[in-house]
Write a protein that binds this ligand. Sequence first.
Ligand code: T3D
Length: 263
Amino acid sequence: MSESDTVLSALEDGVLRLMLNRPDKLNAFNEEMHRALRAGFERAHSDSDVRAVLLTGAGRGFSAGQDLGDRDPRKGGTPDLGHTIETFYNPLLRLIRSLEKPVVCAVNGVAAGAGANIAFACDITLAARSARFIQAFAKIGLVPDSGGTWSLPRLIGEARAKALALTAEPLDAETAANWGLIWRAVDDAALMEQATALSARLAAGPTKGFGMTKRAIQAAATNSLDEQLNLERDLQREAGRSADYAEGVAAFLEKRKPEFKGR
Ligand code: T3D
């Protein structure tokens, strides 16, 4: 368990499970939850026993984004939202994207505002069939954050990105999967079992190779083909020197299951 109850954290079989835990607020982010989630991802970076992360939410929602109770304009003053973005959301997004270990996201219910875009930033996102994704920013006069204006057009194209962002219409999980925003929509009752099995499988895999694969795919967003080919050469050179590569090939030749150590 982490120090804060707002994110429940547990490490099992190489999987660090991080569960957003403010269910009465649909896991909306207050400062404590921001800090606890960041601590979870910082641990994932530094702890070699962590070989995959599973992010999910407690209760009927995944996350409703920023806690608007902390933004009540009737209490006076004008908030500096750029400060929150700089202090919390941007570092979180960078931690998720730069983690050289797989991040699985199990969207157990509604994902709105930053909650939706955090789910889209994870490496493999599964969603319960009943879940919905909402770019709720438009309803309160804000701009999509947490990488939404970057990930949405890349994943689904400008036309769909703009329509989702400007209308804030909910998108069901099945359509999100068909459009390529997430990997798969699964039956509600099967979500956690499938997400846990997938995370465990990834945690038992060649972590170094996974990390470099993630880095390469992300780099393709800004690289030319030549730059990408050179990157693949360099990463393959590094992967070829890993203990997991030697184990993978030996296991193939010996017709047995490989035992990857993540090195
Ligand atoms: O501010 C900054 O730092 C900048 C960063 C911004 C990032 C953002 O994420 S901005 C977007 C903020 N989020 C929203 O605008 C979404 C607000 N919520 C909703 O629109 C709806 O709750 C949902 C569509 C997500 C779900 O609707 P529904 O009908 O299933 O549930 P509900 O009844 O609206 O919510 C259940 C409870 O959760 C309710 O509390 P109550 O009445 O039972 O005591 C509701 O107030 C609370 N809740 C839901 N979302 C938030 C929230 N409380 C605080 N903040 C929320 N974002």
